[in-house]
Ligand binder design. Sequence first.
Ligand SMILES: Nc1nc2c(ncn2[C@@H]2O[C@H](COP(=O)(O)OP(=O)(O)OP(=O)(O)O)[C@@H](O)[C@H]2O)c(=O)[nH]1
Length: 322
Amino acid sequence: MHSSVTLSSTPNVVDELLDSIEVGIVILNKQFEVEVWNKFMANHSGKRASSLLGTSLFEHFPEIDKQWLTAKVDPVFSLKSPVFIIWEQRPYLFKFGSSRPVTSAASHMYQNVTMFPLVGDSGSVENFCILVYDVTEQALGKRGMAELNEELKITSRVDGLTGLYNRRYWQERFEELYKLSKRRNKPSTAMMLDIDHFKRVNDTYGHQAGDKVIKMLAALIKRCVRETDLAGRYGGEEFAIILTDSTLENATRVAERIRGLAELLEVEHDGQTITFTVSLGLAQFEQSLNGPMVWLEQADQALYRAKESGRNQYCVHEVELE
Ligand SMILES: Nc1nc2c(ncn2[C@@H]2O[C@H](COP(=O)(O)OP(=O)(O)OP(=O)(O)O)[C@@H](O)[C@H]2O)c(=O)[nH]1
């Protein structure tokens, strides 16, 4: 028998109930001395009722902040009202291991806790009861859901083949970046990049080989730009990159680096070696720009000129050419 509570009529039934229920039941007095400690509590804490009864709860559970719990319990005595602590607020009151250590991803038991007054014959509150519910499964379910949502958010932003931002998300971020550039007085440069004669790659080596080329080029682009730059797959074999805090001059160096490395890249597919080149167009942000798409269009026009001028090169948008 673990509890010390006795009801005059049916003590054994009450004790059996206390010990068979899958909820932690603790009764404490005003000094936080333990009066009832049911089997659930004994099993999960590894502390038997006999070693706790008549002693302060805080002696046995140093993880419980005495000041915090005392303040939390105050309404139970002063207002005779119950108090609830849910796992989202505080994952647990008693630091118990997870009840399913092998199958569960939790290292501890998540708990919902209810504390309510026990009113004595005199009408005053001498004791209070703490109910501890194991809500680990529920908490993990909710946490798992949040992680799943996070994963979904990422996959909806990223292009599956290249790991770069997809067009929709890139566009969203680009518009924010444009607004930021309008407010800040720092140079940024837009870069459009397109693989030359990509149709030939597909036609000669097959679509899968083409995909491999796109993937390898994306990896090369990632290596050449800063983490703070905004790089996205804008179309099939077309990429858009905003080089933030970068003047046109700096951007031409990045463009030349990408161009040179792409030219040297050898993509192996089915025992064959594929080489290719890229063309690029650059346009620096100007305060006079009339919207983000105008900026991007300028880079695209520069790209078009690079193609027209023989490919495997970059061209720059020049204001006087407008
Ligand atoms: N393998 C593969 N091919 C793609 C993908 N997206 C677009 N393409 C192909 O890319 C080719 C683009 O061809 P075009 O726009 O005519 O241009 P190009 O052959 O690269 O020639 P220029 O851009 O003028 O140098 C088309 O054949 C598309 O089918 C993709 O995700 N994977």
